[in-house]
Design a protein around this ligand. Structure first.
Ligand code: ZN
Length: 432
């Protein structure tokens, strides 16, 4: 079983950026190079995929996805969530534990991995809970979670408010060399808030969430990472203050990494006008100064990774009054064009943008994915960087449609996605 991807521009960040062919054998990358001349070229067992005019890149790795199963299958399942992933070019997704029950024990982790195998789309790397039931009180069985296949721990959806519990979690995680992810939000400061606190929230008469709700928890977590030496990963950074503190902590040598979401570098709180619940997310959309700081953070490497925080919600849940609607948007199928917009804007070079979706997230969670090195799993995305399209939520593979980008004209589309050398997604003929 061999497959040759011919004629594309291969971008394997830090390794190759130029015209090259990719040879896949038995689900692994066998060779990458210009004009691969193969004895097997005439072999009838060799399948050829023409990638002329396309980018051939490692499959994207998303460190922050909510697959909703078990417990909320009406919003998303592992099957539909991973179908959305591969449609967006993601071949690996790390799923947050805030399911029902919470992924705080081995049997839930095993269930998730079984469902992912049965779905046969993207690879799924579960994230275990930090505390039992994500209640913030008693540590989960972190060693068991790691043995069952969890690649990091987090109580995402909620912060770990008790600083001593967080310290102990970091000490345990250090023993297993697991990254600890915190959703940085001081729940006392954010209580009752449904959007960014500022001029727009005042005009709309909506209760706000101040930037400080995020900043104080980032500061605390950095102090605890310094105390314990743990690997700290900050989810969905949304404020200029967070970016500044992470930059300074990195300069001092702390083991801290950070991610930003496409919506946080694309939209501001202005999107909430009209009480659009598709612009309701947590952390909330902030000001243009925050958006600018996040772009600077992406440019200078303070922010390592672009992650989606894909958070599906059923239509009836989002069709409530703004204050009552749940937080979150789907993100897997729109991340690529929103990331490529940073290239058009001159914030990142193309290779740098691809790195934020591939090599960087793989490095942050120590995953063996995200590269086209010979011997690696043949997980790839083929991208038409010039293809313009309109975001139509009705066409999403995700079970949910909650996006603020409906009707947006965007550029850059995944035309095929391969996992272990197998084509798991192809853009339909009609291009939709
Ligand atoms: Zn979160």
């Amino acid at each position: 079983m061999a497959l040759l991807i011919k004629g594309g521009r291969v971008i394997d960040p830090g390794r190759i950026n130029g015209p090259a062919d990719v040879l896949i054998e038995n689900g692994k990358i066998a060779a990458v190079g210009p004009n691969l001349k193969l004895a097997r070229n005439g072999d009838p067992g060799l399948q050829i995929l023409d990638a002329t005019g396309k980018l051939v890149v490692p499959g994207f790795v998303d460190l922050h996805v909510h697959l909703r199963e078990p417990g909320f299958e009406y919003k998303e399942t592992i099957l539909t969530g991973t179908a959305a992933a591969v449609a967006g070019g993601f071949t690996s997704v790390c799923c947050m534990p805030n399911t029902n029950p919470v992924n705080d024990n081995q049997s839930i982790t095993e269930f998730i991995l079984d469902q992912a195998r049965a779905a046969g789309n993207a690879r799924v790397f579960p994230i275990g809970a930090i505390t039992k039931g994500s209640e913030g009180k008693e540590l989960a069985e972190i060693g068991d979670l790691r043995r069952a296949g969890c690649v990091a721990i987090s109580d995402d959806g909620r912060p770990v408010m008790n600083s001593l519990v967080m310290r102990r979690a970091m000490e345990y995680a250090l023993a297993f060399d697991l990254p600890v992810i915190d959703h940085c939000e001081d729940l006392h400061l954010s209580e009752g808030g449904c959007m960014n606190e500022g001029f727009v929230s005042t005009q709309l008469g909506l209760p706000g969430i101040p930037s400080a709700a995020e900043d104080v928890m980032v500061a605390r977590n950095l102090a605890l990472a310094e105390l314990t030496g743990a690997r700290l990963h900050l989810a969905h950074v949304s404020t200029a203050g967070s970016v500044r503190m992470v930059r300074e902590a990195k300069a001092r040598g702390l083991r801290v990494t950070a991610e930003a979401c496409p919506h946080h570098f694309t939209l501001t709180e202005e999107a909430v006008r009209g009480f659009n619940t598709h612009a309701k997310m947590n952390p909330p959309l902030r000001t243009w100064q925050d958006v600018h700081a996040i772009k600077e953070g992406l440019r200078d490497g303070t922010i390592d990774v672009i992650a989606t925080d894909h958070a599906p919600h059923a239509a009836q849940d989002k069709q409530r009054e703004f204050a009552d609607a749940p937080f979150g948007i789907v993100g897997l199928e729109t991340a690529l064009p929103l990331t490529l917009a940073l290239v058009e804007e001159g914030i990142l070079p193309l290779e740098g943008a691809i790195a934020k979706l591939t090599t960087e997230p793989a490095r942050v969670f120590s995953l063996a994915q995200g590269s086209l090195a010979p011997g690696a799993d043949a997980d790839l995305a083929i991208v038409d960087p010039e293809r313009s399209w309109e975001v139509d939520p009705a066409r999403f593979r995700s079970k949910s449609r909650n996006t603020p980008f409906a009707g947006w004209k965007v550029k850059g589309r995944v035309t095929a996605t391969l996992v272990s050398g197998r084509i798991v997604y192809e853009l339909p003929e009609d291009g939709r």
